[in-house]
Design a binder for this molecule. Structure first.
Ligand SMILES: [Zn+2]
Length: 498
């Protein structure tokens, strides 16, 4: 074989195999918002790899004609570069499925250059395919029967009460709530409240300060009550605001944050992330994030219990929050009513996807588990000419879905409840007290606050739906901490809207 072909063929083969493998991984991992986007991406990545490899192969053929195995070594190096750091970040062993075929190719190339080409292609195909299986396989759900009475909390980001997330709920054993009010219109202050059991005015987290938001250390969390009572406590989240170093991991024995998980198209997604950041776009490929979070949670929920083990499992779904990154919305651009219609349609579709994920999680938890489903806040869908949340204290941003299944009771609760009360409910459960959810949560007045750009905006929502202004609070000195570089990078990597 000519030296230049000995360089090029293994590289071409591995580029092709790599792209095909990524296409497979993309199909399995991506939410099918637009399969054409995934296919185009894979073809683009394959073509880009072929061009780059060809240039490198020709150069190497000129520079070192006596060492034709260098081409194969490059292919091996590429696999190691792509899969190795990823495996390390995930805290697992180096990806043997990727490394072993690469070693085979390298050894084979020393002796039989042509055979090595075939092996290169197979290896490129096999590595991501084998690797992906770890994300996709989960135990069959129907036969699942947990030993203990587990508790599952599902928070679906940015989901309005009237978005239809819980349509179809309300059957036997379920409490549904007509008027559930979140303590704040965006994630950080709202989730502080959910775990602390205190309104924003008290914990003062997530209030705007110079260039950032206040992030006081957690004073308490109901999760610590579960842990103290000997429960296993597990979190599966991906929202960049829900970080362990901000205290959200307090009390959890198992903390899984998806920041480090890879997107299906490794090379292309990192390129696209840069292009998106430079052009102010959002990355369309991260939609698989919820799938990975749910897969991991389903595996944990379906695993057999140790003797006497009880589990509290929290899953936070981010997909609805990312509806503005639907490719159809990006295509519609800023074209007025078309863009608004595309946004509303993408929102509805992402809520339907969330409902399916909620169903999967509930099935995995089994019929004995107690389940609470809610959202951290609502979403403004153009009612006042804007989309998004965190802007104002009003029902579109504060009224959230809420349903729970625990014990034998059930029914529709019409009065106002504050989701801030869930913390006390969970603490009671951890301590083995039986509390009627409706009674524990009903409240004539709910304190709300935490508007992104107005630290002084606080209000009380009354049971009849009125909001009355409430005095602002003096932010305690020492609790203010501007948004830091780590968080900013994490938000940017996700293409986090706002
Ligand atoms: Zn949120």
């Amino acid at each position: 074989m000519k030296p230049s072909r000995a360089f090029l063929l293994p590289l071409w083969a591995s580029a092709l195999g790599f792209a095909m493998g990524e296409a497979g991984a993309g199909r399995w991992l991506s939410e099918a918002l637009d399969p054409a986007v995934t296919l185009r991406s894979c073809l683009g990545e394959g073509a880009a790899l072929l061009v780059c490899f060809s240039i490198v192969g020709v150069l190497l053929g000129r520079l070192a004609p006596s060492r034709p195995t260098l081409g194969t070594a490059l292919a091996l190096g590429l696999w190691a570069l792509v899969w190795g750091p990823d495996a390390a970040r995930a805290g697992r062993l180096p990806d043997l499925a990727g490394v072993l075929p690469a070693i085979l190719v390298f050894l084979g190339a020393l002796r039989w250059p042509r055979l090595a080409c075939g092996l290169g292609m197979l290896g490129g195909l096999a590595a991501p395919a084998l690797r992906t299986r770890g994300f996709s396989d989960y135990a069959p759900l129907a036969q699942h029967a947990p030993a203990g009475s587990d508790v599952l909390l599902i928070t679906v980001d940015a989901t309005r009460a009237d978005a239809g997330l819980l349509d179809g709920f309300g059957g036997a054993g379920w409490w549904t709530f007509d008027q559930a009010i979140s303590p704040a219109p965006w994630t950080l202050p709202a989730m502080y409240s959910l775990f602390n059991g205190a309104p924003v005015a008290t914990h003062q987290g997530g209030l705007p300060v110079d260039g950032g938001y206040t992030r006081p250390a957690f004073q308490r969390s109901f999760v610590a009550d579960f842990a103290a009572a000997g429960w296993r406590t597990m979190a599966f989240v991906s929202n960049p605001h829900l970080r362990a170093d901000l205290g959200f991991a307090l009390g959890f024995t198992d903390w899984t944050h998806d920041d480090d998980a890879r997107a299906p198209l490794v090379l292309l997604s990192s390129l696209e992330r840069r292009v998106s950041a430079a052009r102010g776009w959002a990355n369309a490929m991260q939609h698989s994030r919820d799938d990975r979070v749910v897969d991991a949670a389903v595996r944990a929920l379906s695993a057999p219990h140790a003797e006497g083990e009880r589990r509290f499992v929290w899953v936070h779904l981010l997909g609805v929050h990312e509806y503005a990154r639907d490719p159809r919305v990006l295509e519609a651009g800023d074209s007025g009513t078309t863009a608004a219609a595309a946004l509303r349609s993408a929102y509805a579709q992402s809520v339907r996807a969330a409902t399916e994920r909620v169903d999967r999680l509930i099935s995995a938890a089994g019929p004995e588990a107690s389940v609470v489903i809610t959202s951290d806040h609502g979403e403004e869908l153009g009612e006042r000419g804007v989309f998004g949340h965190g802007h104002a204290l009003q029902d579109t941003e504060l009224r959230v879905p809420l349903a729970m299944r625990m014990g034998d009771g059930g029914g529709r609760v019409e009065g106002q409840v504050g989701t801030v009360g869930l913390s006390a409910l969970f603490t009671a459960m951890a301590q083995g007290k039986a509390a009627l959810p409706a009674d524990a949560l009903r409240s004539d007045t709910v304190w709300v606050g935490g508007v992104r750009r107005d630290a002084a905006a606080f209000a009380v929502r009354h049971a009849d739906g009125r909001y009355t202004e409430a005095p602002g609070v003096d932010v305690a000195p020492g609790v203010a901490a501007p948004i830091d570089a780590t968080s900013r990078d994490a938000l940017r990597a996700l293409g986090y809207a706002e």
